[in-house]
Design a protein around this ligand. Sequence first.
Ligand SMILES: [Zn+2]
Length: 372
Amino acid sequence: MFSRSTLLVGAALFLLMLLAGCPALQEEMRGNGAPQNKIIISNSQDNTTAPCVEKDCEDDLEDTISFEIAAREVKANEAGQVMILMYHDIGQPEGEWRRTPENFRRDLQNLYKEGFRPVSLNNYLEGKIDIPAGTSPVIITFDDGHQNQFNFLKDSSNNLLLDPDCAVGIMEAFSHQHPDFEPLATFYVYYPLPFRQKELIEDKFRFLIELGMEIGNHTYSHENLRHIPADKAVQELALHQAETEKYLPGYTVRTLALPYGAYPQQEEVLHKGLFQGISYQVDAVLLVGSNPSPSPFNNNFNPMRLPRIRASEMNTEGVGLYDRLAYFKDNPQERYISDGNPHTVTVPDNMIDQVNLEALGDRELAVYKSTS
Ligand SMILES: [Zn+2]
């Protein structure tokens, strides 16, 4: 029996040998600028097709070397931790579960300044994290569908105006000022009145989807799933899917935030279910607190148990957004840092044991020698 890491090292050496047969690489390896630690591990099932001849090889090699140097420079770590932020109210006054509009703007500004870029939750689940080299993904979520998350005002002519102090208005405005910070978030709403303005529910849902935002399941009526029988839990989850489709025909609600963070007694009802012909399937379950989530390429990634960071500053008990930002400043090696290439998963060599090869799909794994 070979361990996974043995196989990995074997694959790496095999590819290195193939690459070493290339005259251009031999030249590079003799030269001073040669990356002694260059290992690109193909995820292809058929390594024997790895090309290393003639002009193509030189081009590939140049790309590989410059890419590897860049990845090392930005300390790319795509097996690192990802913050999924949990917001509730955006309004006055500041509270344990409420951010003022000013503080929410400050959160976005600080995230931007610290190199975080929003990705949608569904893309994170699929490992589609396409952000610039050196930046980190952040996932923004809102629970409960409060009106102050998404509010329309009316002007004197009855035209609808996006409230500049609601969460969507703030994210939109921030994104206009910072085009590389997309307004992406998932809204975990419940029914019958998500965002409260009854006549505008469909408009709001469409507005969110067109921006690339997502609707998530928070049960139909915000039930504590631990306290109800399994068949009622199935009903709560299915009715949410059905009601969402009334406003967004064909839309699949893929993720669930548990009200009160409470699991049902029969956890399997979370995965999928059927109630009166309405089926649902849950690809990820979000918890209430309190750590970052693993990279989707990390062995510890468990989509049915994704912790979230409380995005507030009151009574955070050391695990709020700003506690975590401070922690990442002191421990940058634990944070997911992008290599800038969505087709490659890059990690320092001291993280290689944490990589789940099966999660790579058709992406390549690139490993560089860490300095620590
Ligand atoms: Zn809730």
